[in-house]
Design a protein around this ligand. Sequence first.
Ligand SMILES: [Ca+2]
Ligand SMILES: [Ca+2]
Length: 124
Amino acid sequence: MSMNQDLTGKLYFEVKVLRLVLGGYLYTMKVPEKVYILMDALKYNAINDFWVGLDDILEEGVYRWADDDSLLIDNAVNSSWPWFAINQPDNLGNEDCIEYSKSIYPVNDISCSLLFRFICELEL
Ligand SMILES: [Ca+2]
Ligand SMILES: [Ca+2]
């Protein structure tokens, strides 16, 4: 896992393109172990919000992972994935990107046009 320390942050789309160029992908949390790794890694980090590799850009409520485009949720209301914060995802004002957030903990859908730092993973 590598953590971006760019002080300006990046748009979700910028990160996706950047990762395509450099290899790797935004961090995915398909199994609980990867969620715990993230929680532990960011525990003492002062930054609140990070992009992770999940979005419902193509179709509202249909969440796909950034690494292989595999499906997490085909209907957000019926999600059995336990990591969205209470009452999330809410798509408030059309939120299609997913952040790891310390204020809406642990995971929240949010506008893709915000500038956040991001977490990527690379195959070694
Ligand atoms: Ca959405
Ligand atoms: Ca939200």
